[in-house]
Design a protein around this ligand. Structure first.
Ligand SMILES: O=C(O)CCC(=O)C(=O)O
Ligand SMILES: [Fe+2]
Length: 346
């Protein structure tokens, strides 16, 4: 199974061997992993009784004054998720008609945007002539266990992409937030970058993942969740400790000038007895990539602004066995887009 090289951005289904694959979420999407930023707490919400039984103590400990306000935040996040697919569809249509790009050419994928050494690295992964450790040694900087970096995008492309993200961010177009934690990012579907990202995954990130993370690649990367994020003083300035709802994460820094906002990593989720800690600076043009279930977070931004393009790669052959959020076999609910990358048994 190969991630399609020519996905149609208007229906967002991946073609596998000429057939259309429909993607699903797990039903825990509307109850689990709701982030309460003020209390730095991920919570589950099934009903009020369960919620207070599970979290009243810790919320009081962390300074809760107004129970009603907390409940409102949780309920509105659940509602956002219930409406998400339809809102995304509306936003895509609206942006297609109304968005005036600053640099239209950067929305088309070109190998030319990438550093030659990065293209060579992806080709070497594809052609199978070197083994994993030879490839790591020859091309990558290793930050921690299975956490790598390499220069990927050329400075001119990064600079134009940052301007384009600003242009979209400053428009009045409606947009969905990428997830429960980031508020200043754009999802690539709404921003118009889905075709670009699809092709980048198909040609570069997928072959890289197959060699470096075979157990997470499974029988293929068949969907993804991709978005930009921006840290700036007065907006998002850090990111709470978490793992990504995916199998493999590629995180490309686009710019600008900044200090702080280093990413830190500890252990894989489920391996709580491992004592590990690494910190890594982001550098414009450089991609940092790692296993998505590796716990990580972002230290506070101290100055400037940082823009990144994130792509969370998903392999249905891996995730269909266990939803990484509720840690049970997924209970499927259909999605209009790529959902959370689960597929139904055929
Ligand atoms: O670059 C960063 O700050 C990390 C972002 C991240 O972990 C995420 O969005 O999942
Ligand atoms: Fe993350």
């Amino acid at each position: 199974m190969k991630f399609s090289k020519c996905l149609n951005p208007s229906n967002f289904v991946a073609a596998t061997d000429g057939k259309m694959t429909k993607f699903y979420r797990c039903d825990c999407f509307v109850s689990h992993n709701v982030f309460l930023a003020n209390y730095r707490l991920h919570v589950k919400y099934q009903n009020e009784r369960q919620f207070w039984e599970d979290y009243e103590g810790v919320l009081i400990e962390r300074g809760m004054e107004d129970r009603g306000k907390v409940l409102d935040v949780v309920k509105s996040e659940v509602q956002r998720r219930l409406n998400l697919d339809e809102n995304v569809t509306k936003n895509i249509e609206h942006a297609k008609k109304n968005y005036q790009p600053l640099h239209p050419h950067i929305f088309s994928y070109k190998r030319d945007w990438f550093e030659p050494k990065f293209l060579e690295f992806a080709e070497v992964c594809e052609d199978g002539l070197l083994n994993q450790s030879q490839i790591v040694q020859r091309y990558l900087d290793t930050i921690g266990t299975e956490i790598y970096t390499i220069k990927a995008l050329k400075p001119q492309f990064c600079a134009q992409m940052v301007q384009e993200l600003d242009n979209f961010n400053n428009s009045i177009l409606q947009r969905s937030r990428p997830n429960t934690m980031n508020s200043s990012g754009l999802i690539v579907e709404e921003f118009g970058l889905l075709d670009f990202v699809n092709q980048m995954i198909s040609e570069l990130l997928s072959p890289i993942s197959k060699v470096l993370f075979p157990e997470w690649y499974g029988s293929g990367i068949d969907s993804h969740k991709s978005f930009s994020l921006m840290y700036a003083l007065g907006k998002d300035t850090e990111l709470a400790y978490h793992y990504d709802n995916a199998e493999i994460t590629f995180n490309i820094c686009l710019g600008n000038k900044f200090s702080g906002a280093e990413v830190y990593f500890t252990h894989m989720t489920g391996e709580e007895d491992e004592e590990e800690y690494w910190e890594a600076d982001h550098v414009p043009g450089v991609v940092m990539f790692h296993r998505a279930r590796h716990l990580h977070g972002t230290l506070p931004l101290l100055s400037g602004s940082r823009y990144n393009l994130l792509t969370w790669l998903r392999s249905s052959s891996v995730r269909n066995k266990l939803c990484p959020i509720c840690k049970s076999p997924p209970k499927l609910i259909p999605s209009l887009h790529m959902g959370d990358g689960f597929t139904a048994p055929s």
